[in-house]
Design a protein around this ligand. Structure first.
Ligand code: ATP
Ligand code: MG
Length: 792
């Protein structure tokens, strides 16, 4: 046993060893990324078991994701033969579920209670709203859902919520009704799992005593991202000093990696923990085992720009390693193309495994361009913590409308959107319609004319809307079609009204970009519809893209496959369907990893690409003008950088299609916060031209953009072995050539963003662009030749 345990402890450094072998008392490990926090936590469990200090039943370990929990179980099984099932290892939700299953009677739940996922929960709320005639315009169900979830996260039942106004009173009433409905139906949502477990412990002394005696060791990973209720639950479960026979808590965390404040995470839990539990042992781990020092120094220097920090140091013995590579592309398409080339080289020449390569992005909408490039290159890839672009609900809704326009008899698409966004067509009306269609042997669309009454009128209005859209969009470009559809069907407005709908609106606007690139990019989409080489032809005449009926008038726009003529819309839909279905990597297949920075927490990869490092994107525009927001963005960047073991790429693009427009982006301020000596400028070998970059593109592939982007830029074609470092110059303020009359200080109007104030204007002619602050949408750079700003 001593031999076995010395084998367990041998690889640890001094501080890690101390942490693993602490006495059974409360402890906090506060340490930076890659310092072995998770490893210490896992090794401590193994050591406690192996030395007989605890049985598996005495262990409770909380991790942040199910993936992390599984990994921990796997690592433990590898370390020693142990009954892992006896241990409580899981996420907060997973553990609470287990807890409520064990005490269903006390919890006043049916033994077979079901869990509502977020989607189910929303349906339940909608049903309730109908039943009680809740005005869904004033109280959108999605908002009610977030209200209810927020109350539960704060540990509040309906009766506990302070009511200050009529609106809150109504919401609280609905919360109460929702609780009754769930109780009647024997279902619990995610928040309820947590809250009900908390209440069970709070209200039942004997249960509390039982678990306090049972769990000798409670271990919590990623403690910095626990919320208020989770911490309160831990306090009840373990008991504060003086409250009896509780075991010991080992909490590990990193305040610099707290990235879930927007979901109620409370870094302050760390200080509260130390105080309330009278924590005796605080251990710092300062050795990083993950990354080479160029990567680590970059992370350290970046995060040192944050003011609110507890302060830690992190060093590595691994040597400098390769420099951090910085890449500038002319467009997001060029960026994606370069990425694919670089990934190919990593795999072919440098022997990186595909699953050891991660592409990270700040916003999920960014994955679309990357996915398309990987798809066309035939690389298997896997998207974590988010659906693949064409599988996302909002995209599927938009595609369903487009499909219906192409083919009114597509019943699946009909059912998907007949009442989405909600337009008062209930489940019963739809069932009746299905009966009629079944009896008549026709499509749902055709059966609508046979329906009567209010339901019939609503159905007829829906069909009419789609028919009108079909007519209105005839002869329009694919981009115009999609723009019109997401607007006129109410999809964009629907998501805009949601508290957390911004991401979905971004995705919908990204669909416009997808269509744009599909028709104008040679090579994009071609493989998906298997068209003969060079048959796209659309680049030459984008204005005359017609639908099927117009095809004869515009033969250059025909897509033909095996003699079948396809409209651009049909071809695009085929492309979307193929991309959604086909290329997803098989489970266990060696695939490139795509994920948001949020989803990458706790993970590590040999090579990491951080893409889209531009002002407004990363840091995100919603957070840029707010102190706390910006600090959280910087922590996100710190998390992103510290995922890399061997090689790190930071990439930004001069232009990017965002919200349906080409935006000229300033590179992220984070570049200015990195140590120059760690960076190396590399130049893409192939100049992948972007679309819609506008005029002014010179032979080298650089657009003739304003001063910020031109300075400190190496010549195109410079050797990729260049050691030139890269640091952005101070932003020069230029006086504009005001032939357009738009100058700094003026109020302007933009059709999408509304009114805003011009902050700066640069460039002339087709290069002219303005930086405008839109109160509702933040600060944006707009190309004046494209954006059509009017003075107000
Ligand atoms: P994060 O903050 O990102 O969650 P962490 O502090 O939890 O990081 P770990 O994931 O536990 O860090 O460890 C980072 C890497 O370093 C892992 O690959 C781990 O196996 C390795 N490692 C940790 N300690 C040692 C050690 N003493 N010797 C060798 N490798 C180690
Ligand atoms: Mg960890």
């Amino acid at each position: 046993s001593t031999l076995a345990s010395s084998r367990l402890l041998a690889p640890l450094n001094e501080e890690q060893l101390k942490a693993v072998t602490l006495p059974a008392e409360h402890a906090l490990i506060l340490a930076g990324a890659g310092s072995g926090k998770t490893r210490v936590l896992t090794t401590r469990i193994a050591w406690l078991l192996q030395t007989g200090q605890v049985t598996p039943g005495g262990i409770l370990a909380v991790t942040f994701t199910n993936k992390a929990a599984k990994e921990m179980v796997v690592r433990l099984s590898a370390m020693l033969p142990v009954n892992v099932r006896g241990m409580w290892i899981g996420t907060f939700h997973g553990l609470c579920n287990r807890f409520l299953r064990a005490h269903w009677q006390l919890a006043q739940l049916p033994q077979t209670f079901q869990i509502l996922d977020t989607q189910d929960q929303l349906s339940a709320i909608k049903r309730l709203c109908k039943q009680f005639n809740v005005d869904e315009d004033r109280f959108p169900p999605k908002q009610l859902q977030y209200f209810i979830a927020g109350c539960k996260e704060d540990g509040q039942r309906a009766a506990d919520v302070p009511v200050r106004d009529d609106e809150t009173r109504r919401k609280v009433e609905i919360y109460q009704l929702y609780e009754e409905q769930c109780q009647r139906e024997g279902v619990v949502d995610f928040g309820e799992l947590m809250l009900r477990s908390y209440e069970l412990l709070r209200d039942n002394a004997h249960v509390r005593e039982h678990y306090r005696r049972r769990f000798r060791h409670t271990l919590v990973d990623e403690f910095q991202d626990t919320n208020k209720l989770q911490y309160a639950w831990l306090k009840l479960l373990v008991g504060l000093p003086g409250e009896g026979s509780g075991g010991a808590i080992l909490a590990v965390g990193d305040d610099d990696q707290s990235i879930y404040a927007f979901r109620g995470a409370r870094v302050g839990n760390m200080a509260d923990f130390v105080r309330e539990f009278q924590v005796q042992h605080q251990i710092k781990l300062e050795q990083n085992y993950r990354s080479y020092s160029n990567i680590l120094d970059s992370a350290n220097e970046l995060i040192s720009h944050n003011k609110t920090r507890l302060g830690k140091t992190l060093r590595t013995d691994q040597g400098a390693g390769e420099p951090v590579r910085v890449v500038e592309s002319v467009s997001d398409f060029a960026e994606a193309q370069w990425l694919v080339d670089e990934v190919r080289q990593l795999v072919k020449q440098d022997d990186f495994e595909r699953k050891e390569i991660a592409l990270l992005y700040r916003s999920n909408a960014q994955s679309r361009v990357l996915e398309t490039a990987l798809f066309n290159a035939g690389f298997p890839y896997r998207v974590y913590g988010g659906l693949r672009f064409f599988e996302r609900a909002e995209i599927k809704h938009a595609l369903a409308y487009l499909r219906l326009m192409e083919n009114p008899n597509d019943d699946t698409s009909f059912l998907r959107v007949v009442n989405f966004p909600p337009r008062g067509i209930g489940a019963r009306s739809i069932e009746q319609l299905q009966d009629v269609a079944r009896a008549a042997g026709c499509s749902l669309h055709d059966a609508v004319s046979a329906t009567t009454g209010k339901a019939g009128a609503n159905l007829a209005a829906f069909v009419a809307m789609v028919d009108v859209l079909r007519e209105q969009t005839a002869g329009k470009t694919l981009r115009e079609i999609i723009d019109l559809v997401i607007d006129k069907t109410g999809l964009v407005n629907h998501y805009r009204a949601e508290k957390e709908g911004a991401d979905r609106v971004e995705n919908l606007e990204e669909l416009v970009n997808a269509a744009e690139s599909f028709v104008t990019q040679e090579g994009f989409g071609r493989s998906a519809v298997a068209m003969p080489q060079g048959s796209l032809g659309l680049t030459q005449s984008p204005a005359s893209q017609g639908l099927v009926g117009d095809a004869a008038d515009a033969p250059v726009d025909e897509f033909s496959e095996d003699g079948v003529t396809m409209s651009p819309l049909a071809a695009f839909l085929t492309h979307a369907a193929l991309e959604a279905g086909d290329n997803q990597a098989q489970a266990g297949e060696d695939a490139i990893q795509l994920m948001s920075v949020h989803a990458s927490k706790g993970l590590e990869f040999d090579a990491v690409f951080i893409t889209g490092l531009e002002e407004g994107l990363f840091p995100h525009e919603n957070a840029m003008n707010d102190f706390d927001g910006l600090e959280e963005e910087r922590r996100l960047m710190y998390v992103a950088i510290t995922r890399a073991r061997k090689r790190l790429y930071l990439s930004h693009s001069q232009t990017r299609m965002l919200h349906g427009q080409t935006r000229y982006n300033l590179k992220s301020r984070f570049f200015d916060e990195l140590p120059e000596h760690c960076l190396k400028w590399i130049t893409p070998k192939t100049a992948g031209f972007g679309t819609g970059v506008g005029s002014g593109m010179n032979a080298g592939g650089w657009t003739n953009t304003p001063a910020q982007n031109r300075q400190a830029r190496p010549a195109w074609g410079q050797s990729s072995l260049s050691t030139e470092t890269y640091k952005s110059p101070p932003v020069p303020v230029q006086k504009a050539a005001p032939e357009h009359g738009i100058t700094a200080g003026k109020q302007v109007f933009h059709t999408k963003f509304g009114e805003g104030k011009v902050l700066a204007v640069e460039g002339t002619g087709t290069d002219a662009r303005a930086q405008v602050n839109f109160p509702r949408h933040g600060i944006k750079w707009l190309a004046l030749s494209v954006a059509k700003l009017t003075l107000v």
